[in-house]
Structure formats: C-alpha cells, structure tokens
Design a protein around this ligand. Structure first.
Ligand code: 2P0
Length: 351
C-alpha cells in the first residue's frame, strides 16, 4: 500500500509556459457506504466509509492556467461542461485559488473513460483527478492527506480515490470548530492481507437517475426513521470490516459489504417520499449472486445510488461470476475490475 500512498506526492515536472498539470484517478466502490452529510458546505459525512479503488475507468484531467482569460473554460470528453457539472468544477477551482492566493482562471479538460451512460458515478475519480491537477497547476504543495481533504470538497467519495487499494474516509471530529472538523476528515489507506479481490460490475440500466445521490442522502437523513440505526450499525460494520481485511477473510469482507449496502438501501426505502434505486433487474442479479454462493462461489453484492450491481469475489472466480451475472442481466454490460492505484500526477505543475 505504501507505493500507492506516495503516488500523489510525486514531485511535479515543469512543463514550461503557463502553469499546467495533468492527473489521473480511478473510481472507487464503497464496501462501507458514505450516506449522509453533517455539513453540506464542508462535505463532512455522518459516518466513516471504506472503499476499494478500481483499476478500470480512469479519469484524466488537465488544468492549465489562463492568465488572459476572464472565465474558466471546462470541457468534459471534448464538449463544454454545462449546468451543475460546470458549477461544481468552478466552485472547486475557486477553493483552490483561494488557498493559492491566485485569481487566474483556468482551462480544464477532462476525459472520462467510464462507458457513456454506464450509470457509474464519475465524481469520485473526477474530483480526485481535478484536485491533484489543480493543486499542482496553482502551485499548492499538498501531501496525500491534504489532497484527500481537498478532493472531499468536490465530492465526498473523491477523498477515497486519492488512495489506491482499500481506503477508509474518516468522518472527522464532531466537536470544535469547522476548521478542526475539516482538518480531521480525510481518507487514508487501510492495511489488508492479500485477498486478491475482484469487483464484477453489472450495468443493468444505463439511464440517468431520477434522484441525485446528493438529494437522496439529504432526504434520507432528514426523513428516514431507519437512518440513525443504520448509521450506528455502520460503525460496527467498519470495525468488523477492518478485522476481516486484516485476517484476509474474503467471505467476511463480502458479508459485511452486502449487509451494509442493503441496510443503506433500506434507509432510503423508508425515506419520505421513498428513494428506490433498485430495479427488477437489480434483484435478478442479486438472485444470481445468492445462487453462486449456494454453488460454493464466495460472491457478495453491493449497490450505490443506482440499479447497477457490483459483485465482490476472488480474482480467480471473477470470470465465473461475470458469466452468471451476464446470464441474469442479458441486456446489460459486465466489467471486471481489480484494485487500482491512487490519484497521481502524469505531468506538469510547479510554478
Ligand atoms: C459511497 N455514494 O460511499 C456512496 C454510496 C453513493 C452510495 O458517495 O454529495 O457523489 O458529491 O459528496 O460522493 C455518492 O455520493 O456525493 C456516494 P457528494 P457522492 O460511494
């Protein structure tokens, strides 16, 4: 895990000309979920969460300072960003400029390799890559912890994509000032015995979601009578998960992963009005995962703010799991991922 911890710290190489930097980051899938904020401004979560960073679907982001420009220019996969996506990226750049004491605008180009409409969130990889590239371009000298805290301000889950492999994101201090809470909420790598895990990702529905995860988590915290019990049980899940990772016990890691996700979805189903991301196709895939277990293959499911299913299993079983899941969701696409690296600079930076 140590090489991954260092990846975000690589010293930038000067590209010459106006300051510019390019960074890459990968998505992560939470095994212990982040669901609910206690501070929306600072992106402080209600609970700790724990994830696995993937080795597929990287986001590559280049930030170049544009001394003459009056506005930031943002493109996503070659098209100008609009609406909420643009607003969030510019708000993030403002935060970086404030820290750097600079006012220059920037040109931001982002390439996402998540298949279009795959229904997988790209905000984790997106803001982790943007944090590393923007910090370097604006000349902020941040260690991995500080980069994780910064990425958190773009999207909570991005704090975890700064690191490779398994990472835990601390909810941080509940007492004291906002600054103290901000400083104490960041991700860090988790030591795991060699599990050789894979995540088989079943995309069962590529359509846009009816309710954003941000709105759904807000509504759940505000109205669901099941929220507090889940948040309390999630603390126990995290303690159990850490022990299972230390032991290299894939079955236990999988059981905890599945119960934490089903509990999170139960909190949403009990929200008023209910938020239901799980579709009939999701349940069909969950049945196929149960059948795999009956057949002696350790496979465990987790779902995020959408109907797609990620199945945790051993790398050696991944093809078999993929085949079973493909059979259960014939219209969808199936991808096999392993543990990936943390966010890192590819080039540039240094003012
Ligand atoms: C997670 N999710 O832990 C959870 C589980 C979805 C379900 O992180 O508002 O895009 O930008 O902090 O990080 C999705 O929420 O939300 C998410 P914001 P984010 O992966």
């Amino acid at each position: 895990m140590h090489s991954e911890q260092r990846t975000a710290l690589v010293r930038p190489r000067d590209e010459g000309g106006p300051a510019a930097a390019t960074a890459v980051a990968h998505p992560n899938i939470a095994l212990i979920k982040y669901w609910g904020k206690r501070d929306e401004q600072l992106f402080l979560p209600r609970t700790d969460s724990l994830s696995l960073t993937l080795d597929i679907f990287p986001t590559t982001t280049r930030v170049r300072l544009a001394p003459e420009a009056e506005q930031d220019a943002v493109t996503l996969n070659g098209s100008p960003a609009t609406g909420e996506a643009r607003r969030r990226i510019i708000a993030f750049l403002e935060l970086v400029r404030e820290r750097a004491g600079l006012s220059q605008r920037a040109v931001v180009d982002t390439e996402n390799t998540v298949p279009t409409g795959a229904g997988l969130a790209s905000s984790a990889s997106g803001f982790a890559a943007l944090a590393v590239a923007a910090a370097a371009a604006y000349g902020l000298d941040l260690d991995a912890t500080a980069l994780s805290r910064l990425a958190r301000r773009g999207s909570g889950s991005a704090s975890r994509s700064v690191f490779g492999g398994f990472a835990v994101w601390h909810a941080g201090r509940r007492t004291g000032t906002g600054t103290e809470a901000d400083l104490s909420s960041y991700a860090e790598p988790v030591h795991a015995a060699d599990l050789d895990p894979a995540l088989v990702i079943a995309v069962v529905n590529a359509g846009p979601k009816a309710v954003s995860s941000r709105e759904a988590m807000r509504r759940t915290v505000d109205t669901s009578p099941l929220y507090e019990p889940w948040a309390a049980s999630s603390e126990d899940d995290l303690a159990d998960m850490r022990a299972a990772l230390r032991r290299g016990d894939l079955e236990a890691v999988g059981e905890i992963t599945e119960r934490n996700a089903l509990g999170m979805h139960a909190t949403m189903l009990a929200a008023r009005p209910a938020v239901r991301y799980l579709s009939p196709a999701t349940l069909t895939v969950l049945d196929s995962v149960l059948q795999l277990r009956r057949d002696g293959v350790p496979a465990y499911a987790t779902m995020d703010a959408g109907p797609n299913v990620k199945v945790l299993c051993r790398r050696a079983d991944a093809e078999r799991v993929a085949e079973a899941v493909r059979g259960a969701a014939p219209g969808g696409s199936v991808h096999i991922a392993g543990p990936g690296q943390g966010a890192r600079l590819l080039s540039g930076g240094g003012r």
